[in-house]
Write a protein that binds this ligand. Sequence first.
Ligand code: ZN
Length: 241
Amino acid sequence: MYTALVSVAREARRFSGGVYDLGLHVVWCSKYRRPVLSGRVAQRLEELIRSKADERGWQVIAVDLSAFPTRVKAQNRTRKHRAAQARVNGFHAKVRRQRVDHHHKAALDLIRSFDAIAHERLNIAGMTKKSAPRPDPERQGAFLPNGAAAKAGLDKSIHEAGWGVFLGILARKAESAGRGLVPVDPRNTSRCPRVPCGHTGADNRPTQEKLRCVRCGYTEHADRAGAVDVGIRAGLVLPVA
Ligand SMILES: [Zn+2]
């Protein structure tokens, strides 16, 4: 990651209560990990910074376009650096503990309430697959946005929610309590759970939350309809008549 540090100041201002001089630092962080702030990009950025400062009547004292400090090996870190690192590690550990506590509680609730539980078999590897690159037909060697950045955020939240961890906890509790846990292969989430309809199609989902079958008119919250469908496929629930 690279930063641009700009120090600007304007002339001291006077008002009835005194005099002040406003100093500003602007820090610009690139969203890319690879070094992008060099050559033409750095030159253009400085141009933009200076023209913006001109526009605002700021006097630019210094523009420092430089890299963040590179990673320091653990044994070479200062005492302050190590203390900061320990605080960050402690924070992550706390979040992890809270998440696991929550998983245990939710799993216990399910085990206490139901004799058998069906769930969609997770395919975390598939869910976190990278978006395919979309070449730009107008420019050779260039690419159109493919939603990779948005997907990276989604990937992160999938990992963070830790569904795999939850299902592992649920499986152990189910086994020791003698409850049935039935994984079902994930299928179309826009499928009508009514029998014999079972109509499937994207037009069954007018919104993300809603399922309204275009063939038979069955209407239900999409998550509930999905859960009923999973239950039917696991043989735990009777089809909706
Ligand atoms: Zn239907």
